[in-house]
Design a protein around this ligand. Structure first.
Ligand code: ARG
Length: 570
């Protein structure tokens, strides 16, 4: 209720200044004090006057009464009452129509967007699987939180650059080469694609348990890659192509595209300059042959820059990548989305960059998220202990397909709908929790058409579409609020812009996910209690159709912001 809060803050500030001229309380100060009462019966917005009693030197109930008596004449906007030291404001129906419905109609799909990001550039580094390892459920977080943050930034006017910082350069790629040279077969890998690579990955680890010298062999193969050994580079490129082809299938299912795939390998020739700078600044220390930056003074373990054999490390590549991105994109912000397990890594190299004298290091930020485990229904695990993202999606799609087969076999575009609902269910379930929480993923809960789920939200959107389709060319104009459910639906619509801001401020897509359920619930309550196409009065019908359309638009926009497609029919 951003617009409403802005308007009432002005009015309340004027009333306070009239009653207490010395208070100096401006609209912004009032705005910051406004709260949403826990119980909607009390009002839509409240001002707790105990926050003012010190400045105004009066008891909160007295302050509340005095201010309320100065608020008359605003019936088109609100009714105000004082109770127990609070001023409770109820939004007027008139405002819900002119200030919410009409505004949302006029803005259409841009309702809820902002322009404060205009002229600013944000780089988002997310998804970034390691090409020699499985693309597994642990990457769901970075992929969908990262893309959702990108969409939210775009919605707020920023120029956004999404980068997939593929983990394509490191000892693990040396392991892949060892595994292939020892046990691999070109035709088999060609035929099996990523699964073939994952098999090699698993095989390597099993064998290295028995014979740890394989790890030295892997380090040596990686060293050769860094020295541009043609055979290794050719193999590495081939593995990379296989991986990318498959990742793109998953990204397509999610509607995700990247502006750049710039893996760690891209920074090979950009690291020496940074290593030199570290040396010149006297920041490098040799420790057991390796080059490190000592961070003891900052309460952190040392940051590893070069291994004993001179090969580079993950932080080295991150430092070179940050400098490259700053020089190339001149970002205002650069956001990294990874599991919380990497928080120390980011804290370390951010500190190293600060010590190197990069004064824009404050523009870098790390957005961490919790772990995912799998509970309930069994999922195929090809590699023993990890669940591949593509298998998770495939299983969800298959289950949705079975439901469609049973309930609506004639559905148009059946495969596309099953994919949108299956993948959407997984994403919704995941993004429903605040990102830092560890979650236990239960497929059957994700796929339910009831409760706070993706299918429920998508189904509600499809319902708005079918109502509008049935209405044909009924003119969507006129009418007024006649039922409480209509007003409540508009109250829910009114909250959208503020939720967008909150999701941005907290880097928290779950704010949008939860909002979608709030809005869908308000819509379904309205739908069950207020006849729409069957309303007898033409003005009532037209008004309800207007509400349906606006609500559908907001649902679609909000689902889009969390990487979920909104099919018109389910
Ligand atoms: N490839 C890494 C992983 O899978 C994530 C990379 C995150 N981005 C970065 N610039 N470090 O764990």
């Amino acid at each position: 209720m951003l617009d409403f809060k802005n308007k009432v803050s002005e009015i309340i500030s004027a009333a306070v200044l009239a009653a207490y001229p010395d208070s100096g309380l401006d609209a912004q100060a009032v705005f910051d004090m406004l709260e949403y009462p826990p119980d909607a019966e009390m009002g839509d917005v409240a001002l707790p006057c105990f926050k003012l009693s010190k400045v105004l030197r009066a008891a909160p109930p007295k302050i509340a009464e005095t201010i309320v008596s100065g608020l008359s004449g605003n019936d088109d906007l609100f009714t105000a009452t004082s109770a127990g030291g609070y001023i409770n404001l109820k939004v007027a129906d008139k405002y819900l129509v002119s200030g919410v419905l009409e505004v949302a109609e006029e803005k259409g799909e841009s309702y809820g967007s902002f322009d404060f990001g205009e002229g600013k550039t944000v780089v988002l580094d997310y998804s970034s699987p390691n090409t020699s390892k499985p693309f597994h459920i642990g990457h769901l977080g970075t992929t969908v939180i990262g893309h959702s943050l990108k969409l939210l930034h775009e919605f707020c006017g920023y120029n956004c650059i999404g980068i997939n910082h593929l983990g394509d350069w490191g000892t693990q790629n040396g392991k892949q080469i060892v595994a292939f040279k020892r046990w691999g077969n070109k035709e088999e890998v060609e035929a099996k694609g990523c699964d073939g690579l994952v098999e090699l990955y698993v095989k390597f680890h099993e064998e290295a348990e028995k014979d740890p010298s394989l790890n030295d062999e892997a380090r040596a193969e990686f060293k050769k890659m860094e020295e541009h050994d043609p055979e290794n580079i050719e193999l590495w490129k081939w593995f990379l192509d296989i991986s990318l082809k498959e990742y793109k299938v998953t990204y397509d299912q999610l509607g995700i595209t990247f502006d750049h795939y710039l893996g760690e390998s891209f920074y090979t020739d950009k690291m020496p300059a940074q290593v030199q700078l570290l040396r010149d600044k006297g920041l490098l220390k040799i420790d057991d042959g390796a080059s490190i930056v000592d961070l003891e003074e900052y309460g952190m373990p040392p940051c590893l820059i070069l291994k004993k054999d001179g090969s580079t490390l993950y932080p080295t590549r991150d430092i070179a990548a940050a400098v490259y991105r700053k020089n190339t994109f001149n970002f205002d912000k650069c956001i990294y989305v990874t599991s919380a397990g990497q928080s120390l890594h980011f804290a370390q190299w951010f500190k190293v960059m600060e010590l190197m004298g990069y004064d824009w290091v404050g523009e870098l930020s790390h957005v961490p998220y919790g772990t995912v485990s799998i509970g309930g229904a069994k999922l195929a695990t090809r590699t023993g202990n990890v669940v591949l993202l593509k298998d998770l999606f495939a299983q969800a799609i298959e289950k949705v397909n079975a439901v469609i087969e049973e309930k609506n076999p004639e559905l148009e575009d059946r495969d596309a709908v099953a994919e949108a609902v299956g993948v959407g269910a997984v994403v919704f379930h995941y993004l429903y929790n605040s990102r830092i929480k560890d979650i236990n993923f239960i497929m059957d809960n994700a796929l339910s058409f009831e409760g706070a789920t993706g299918p429920y939200a998508q189904y509600t959107y499809a319902r708005t579409c079918s109502i509008l389709e049935k209405a044909g060319d009924t003119a969507l104009a006129g009418g007024n609020i006649t039922m409480a459910e209509e007003g409540d639906l508009l109250r829910a619509v009114a909250k959208f812009p503020e939720r967008v801001l909150q999701a941005m401020d907290d880097s928290e897509p779950s704010v949008i996910t939860r909002y979608i359920i709030e809005l869908a619930t308000a819509f379904n309550r309205f739908y069950h209690n207020c006849p729409i196409n069957t309303a007898e009065d033409a003005a009532v019908k037209a008004f309800r159709l207007r509400l349906t359309k606006v609500c559908g638009n907001v649902l679609k926009t909000a689902l889009g912001l969390i990487c979920i497609k909104a099919p018109k029919k389910i």
